[in-house]
Design a protein around this ligand. Structure first.
Ligand code: ZN
Length: 285
């Protein structure tokens, strides 16, 4: 992927003002990662179910001061900003006045959101309450090392998937799912997640146009699409359940199988048309 660092206008950098305040997590790293993955796919903070004391009263979270960072991490921040800006420009073009710009809140460990305490353990997510995307950059390490989906376009897929939830929120596409709390392969939740994957693909389509980099936009390299497909295939419910629980439990599907996620991303990537992302379980406006 080729891109140029920008002004970070699409980022809310809260890395220096978040954290557990030095509190240790009483889990081995392996257990932590497994819970992180399960929490991400289930959308539930499983740390709280365990009763581990990572939850803190509002107000106690947050440290001030300088962020300890690295050149590699700063490059990642620039990447998140560039992709977010690029994808939002695309949505503004496609949706016109119906699109409202948002920002990606970068945090470490934990931060307050309108959807409650955001924790790294929950994975990246979109909060409809404050219309922002929350991301701990540490997730990209997990994506690369634990899940076997490295590369900048795999990261871009995660960001544009979350922005897909923002589009759903703006268009009211998530209302039906809010009434339907079931899980499983045919649930509204899975349909919404697959639609967000498809929306990520729609951006992939736009970003694969030649000459974009010269014009100051993000441009995909050959092979990038495969990278995103690998990421989509790596985070299907079936694969993650097999990794973490040793078996597949379809009645607990919340995001769709690897095959479904790959197919959904491809639908958007091939067509470049958000209308291709509508299924019988999601409404259109
Ligand atoms: Zn999602």
């Amino acid at each position: 992927m080729r891109w140029t660092p920008g002004d970070r206008g699409d980022i809310e950098d809260m890395r220096g003002r978040s954290g557990f305040g030095g509190g240790a997590i009483p889990l081995g790293l392996g257990g932590f990662v497994v819970l992180l993955l399960l929490s991400w796919v289930s959308g539930t903070n499983l740390f709280s179910l365990l009763g581990t004391d990572t939850q803190q009263a509002p107000g106690t979270v947050g440290t001030t001061g300088q962020v300890a960072t690295s050149p590699a991490e700063e490059k990642m921040v620039d990447l998140v900003d560039a992709v977010t800006k690029d994808a939002q420009d695309m949505w503004a073009e496609k949706l016109g006045a119906r699109y409202e710009r948002t920002r990606v809140v970068l945090f470490r460990d934990a931060i307050e959101s309108a959807c409650g305490l955001a924790q790294s353990a929950t994975g990246p997510f979109y909060c409809p309450g404050d219309r922002k995307v929350y991301l701990d950059l540490g997730f990209f390490d997990e994506l690369s090392k634990r899940l076997g989906a490295p590369g900048d376009f795999a990261q871009a897929y995660v960001i544009t998937h979350e922005l897909g939830h923002h589009v759903q929120n703006l268009l009211g596409l998530n209302e039906r799912a809010a009434e339907d709390r079931r899980a499983g392969p045919n649930s509204a939740s899975v349909a919404l997640e697959l639609q967000a994957d498809c929306f990520a693909g729609v951006w992939g389509h736009a970003a694969s146009e030649r000459g974009r980099f010269q014009a100051g936009h993000v441009e995909l390299d050959p092979g990038d699409a495969e990278e995103a497909l690998r990421a989509a295939g790596a985070i299907g419910d079936d694969r993650l359940q097999r990794m973490t629980a040793g078996r597949v439990m379809p009645d607990r599907f919340t995001h769709g199988t690897s095959a479904q996620r790959v197919a959904a991303f491809s639908r958007g990537m091939d067509s470049g048309d958000p209308r291709a992302c509508t299924s019988s379980a999601t409404t259109t406006r």
